[in-house]
Structure formats: structure tokens, C-alpha cells
Design a protein around this ligand. Structure first.
Ligand code: PEP
Ligand code: MG
Length: 363
């Protein structure tokens, strides 16, 4: 007898025949990537590289890098981080053989990596071999009042291009190794928290130079793409100009919602329930995207960048990428893919099919 799991598989395969939107997953570990692929993911739409450093031994290295007092010191940490990163990304390419893997350049909200409290401060000082006073002083200097609007995303690449140089070596080094092992890696390098085309040009130059160097030295060719996150209102309103410098755009609707509403994504839980209760808003905008505001910005960005250049691929990788209502909107907008948590992939496949079928009934 057919089990309900068989029925579900039948439903999913039916859904796959009736959808236009591709479904990718947000993943940074090989385990998550493998689970996502089993659940039908057609690539990775967002690998948050800062999450690859959360393990004990690694977090010390990235914290040491952030607290470096000289370029030489930072470079030593970067050399060690390069090894971890290359090995991890190689695994992602293998798991996602033949499918696109979008790797986002480092986007660490600094406060997540700075020491919290005296004990942490002491431990970190010991781990990185610096006096506690020095660690305290650097931490104070790096502390921000508004870290989520601060020294994040591509701003880091602008101030410290050597971090991007390291990441490009890791990504393309992994791609070369994957090719040598008989796999077909499809790397896509994504720039976070962009506001204008000048940032993209400056960082793309670093990326292209790094890629060419790795490929030349290896004597291997690997196709790659460079694209941008769309997560500031300014980026969406200048999409026609950004278009000239990118091959894909991925809407980071977590930050885009935060910046459109002026609601902190980390603290909104304190007042959103009251807003919902009092019917001041219909849905939590961090769960289901507000089509009149965030959606409008996406629409402007897609339409104006499309008019400026053909062939750009569009995706979404904020939490909304796994929300059926938001997926319907993304389908109407003509995005190419949604990217969501691995466990949401099946729901996204069904929502994408439903959106397509509903759309054709409208015609
Ligand atoms: C986003 O902002 O929507 C996004 C995907 O990036 P992150 O959640 O890592 O800030
Ligand atoms: Mg973001």
C-alpha cells in the first residue's frame, strides 16, 4: 500500500512539473546541504560564510582576525581561516555537484564576534595571546551603537580588501579541487549589504583578480558569477545602475524589511505582537513580506534593472523565501529562484507550483 510519504513524494513531483521558480536552500554545512538536496533543493542560494566560523577552534581565529592590531597579524589569521574555508566550501561543491552554490562574502555583525563580559574577555585574551587590557581597548574601539547598521557586509571588504582576497582564494581553490576530483562546481560569489555600484565595482575587481590568479596557477577553468545582495532600500532604488556590474541579484528581505520599516530585526519581538493585536499591521513583516512596501522596492528593482540589462538572475534569500505567501509574490515578480532553510524546501516547491497554477488560471 502507498504510504503517506509516497503520496507526498507524488505531490512534490507533480509540483515540480508545474513551477517556474527554482528552489534553493540556505546552507553552510555539508550536512545541511545534503539534507537540502534530498529535499529537492536545486542549489545553495545563500551560504553565510561567517556561520562557517562558529565552531570553537575557528571562532578564536576569526575573533583574533577582527581584533588584529596590524596588517601582518591579520594576514596570519586570514591564512589559517583560508584553510578551513576552502575545505568546507569544497564539501558544499561536492554535495551540490552540478548545481549553483552562492557563497556570500563575510557579513559578520561585529558585535556577534566581540567578547561579551569579563570572563569571555579573559578567555579570548588568553586564546589570542594578548593582554586583557589590550583586548578590552580594541573591543571598546570596535563596539558600535547600532551594529546592524554599522561595520557590516561589503563595508568590511572596502576597509579590509585582504579579507575578500582570502575568501576568493578559498572559494576558487575549492572549485579547482572539486574539478580535479571530477565534480562540476558552479560558484557564485555574492556581495552583501551593498548601497551603490561603486562598491560593487571595487569589490568585483578584487574578486576577478583573485579568481584569475587561482585559475591561472591551477591551469583549470571554472565558470563563475558575481552578484549582489539587494538588502538596502538604496540598492533597490538604484538597481538600474547596479545592474551594469552584476550577473545576479538576491533580495535579502530580512535586512530590507528592517531598513524599510525601521524595525530592528533583533528586537522587533518586543512590539510586533502588540501591533498585530491592535491590528496596526496584518502580518509580521519579517515572516511574510509586505507587498506594498518591501515588495514595491523589489518590484522597482527588478523592473528597472531588467530595463537596464538583460539576463540578470533574480532570487530571494531572506526568511521570506520559505513563506508561501511571499513565494507567490516572488513568482508574480518573475524571480528565478527562492532560497530558504533546508526543511522548508518541500513547502517552497509546492508553493511555487501553486503560484504558477493560480497565475495561469488568472489568464
Ligand atoms: C537578509 O538580510 O535577508 C539575509 C538573507 O542576510 P542575513 O539574514 O544573513 O542578514
Ligand atoms: Mg542581510
Amino acid at each position: 500500500a502507498a504510504s503517506s510519504s509516497d503520496d507526498f513524494q507524488t505531490l512534490l513531483s507533480w509540483a515540480d512539473k508545474h513551477r517556474k521558480l527554482k528552489v534553493r536552500a540556505n546552507a553552510e554545512t555539508p550536512e545541511d546541504a545534503a539534507r537540502a538536496r534530498e529535499l529537492g533543493a536545486e542549489g545553495i542560494g545563500l551560504c553565510r560564510t561567517e556561520h562557517m566560523f562558529f565552531e570553537a577552534e575557528r571562532i578564536e581565529k576569526i575573533r583574533g582576525m577582527i581584533l588584529s592590531e596590524s596588517n601582518e597579524e591579520r594576514q596570519q589569521y586570514l591564512d589559517q581561516l583560508l584553510e578551513f574555508q576552502r575545505a568546507d566550501i569544497l564539501e558544499l561543491f561536492k554535495v551540490m555537484d552540478g548545481l549553483p552554490v552562492t557563497i556570500r562574502l563575510l557579513d559578520p555583525p561585529l558585535h556577534e564576534f566581540l567578547p561579551h563580559g569579563e570572563e569571555d574577555m579573559q578567555e579570548l585574551a588568553k586564546a589570542i595571546g594578548k593582554p586583557v587590557e589590550t583586548v578590552r581597548e580594541i573591543t571598546e574601539n570596535l563596539s558600535e551603537v547600532n551594529p546592524m547598521l554599522g561595520f557590516r557586509g561589503c563595508r568590511l571588504s572596502i576597509v579590509h580588501p585582504e579579507i575578500t582576497e582570502m575568501q576568493v582564494k578559498a572559494i576558487m581553490g575549492a572549485a579547482v579541487e572539486a574539478v580535479k576530483q571530477g565534480f562540476k562546481p558552479k560558484p557564485e560569489i555574492m556581495i552583501p549589504l551593498v548601497i551603490n555600484v561603486r562598491e560593487i565595482r571595487m569589490i568585483t575587481e578584487i574578486i576577478d583578480r583573485g579568481v584569475q590568479q587561482v585559475l591561472r596557477e591551477a591551469g583549470v577553468s571554472v565558470p563563475y558569477r558575481v552578484g549582489t545582495m539587494m538588502e538596502t532600500p538604496r540598492a533597490t532604488l538604484g538597481a538600474d545602475r547596479l545592474a551594469k556590474a552584476v550577473e545576479f541579484m538576491s533580495f535579502g528581505t530580512n535586512d530590507l524589511t528592517q531598513m524599510t520599516y525601521g524595525f530592528s530585526r533583533d528586537d522587533a519581538g518586543k512590539f510586533i505582537p502588540s501591533y498585530l493585536d491592535k491590528k496596526l499591521i496584518d502580518v509580521d513583516p519579517f515572516v511574510s513580506l509586505d507587498q506594498r512596501a518591501v515588495g514595491r522596492l523589489m518590484e522597482i528593482a527588478v523592473n528597472e534593472s531588467r530595463a537596464a540589462k538583460k539576463g540578470i538572475k533574480y532570487g530571494i534569500c531572506g526568511e521570506h523565501g520559505g513563506d508561501p505567501r511571499s513565494i507567490r509574490f516572488c513568482h508574480k515578480l518573475g524571480l528565478d529562484y527562492v532560497s530558504c532553510s533546508p526543511f522548508r524546501v518541500p513547502i517552497a516547491r509546492i508553493a511555487a507550483a501553486q503560484a504558477h497554477v493560480e497565475g495561469s488560471l488568472d489568464d
